[in-house]
Design a protein around this ligand. Structure first.
Ligand code: 2F8
Ligand code: CA
Length: 130
């Protein structure tokens, strides 16, 4: 079972950095099953915390334009437009017209890739237990 020590604390919230790779769609469900959601990143402090934990791997974050191409939205409903972003140069590029889910690279930049790409780790986020 999920042990509480696997969640890390940062700035009032708890984060899980997976040790298994899966698709964005499956990662979204896993986070939901643990009363959490894929991580959202609204400022440089959180960006820096997350990129310090990526083990130089790629991790899914809670950012998608799967509903309407080009309209990115955070999975928790918080505002994307005019907010913090850290896309790699040239991203998001919707390569092959099939990249609708975002991941963070080991170095910290974001890239859109296919939501059914199975080779990324993922980050879940939740409030402190009450
Ligand atoms: O060059 C950027 C480009 O690199 C890869 O495609 C070759 C990425 N695809 C995956 O990681 C699956 C693209 O998303 C990225 O835009
Ligand atoms: Ca891309």
């Amino acid at each position: 079972p999920m042990m509480s020590r696997e969640w890390e604390y940062f700035d009032g919230r708890c984060y899980f950095f997976s040790i298994q790779r899966t698709s964005w769609v499956k990662a979204k469900t896993k986070c939901q099953n643990w009363n959490s959601h894929l991580a959202v990143i609204h400022d440089a402090a959180k960006q820096n915390f997350i990129q310090s934990r990526t083990r130089n791997e790629h991790f899914w974050i809670g950012l998608t334009d799967v509903d309407t191409e080009g309209q990115w939205r955070w999975i928790d409903g918080t505002d994307y437009n005019n907010g913090f972003t850290n896309w790699s140069k040239g991203e998001p590029n919707d390569a092959g017209q099939r990249e609708d889910c975002a991941q963070i690279h080991g170095a910290g930049e974001w890239n859109d890739v296919p939501c059914n790409y199975e080779e990324s780790f993922y980050i879940c986020e939740k409030p402190l237990p009450s």
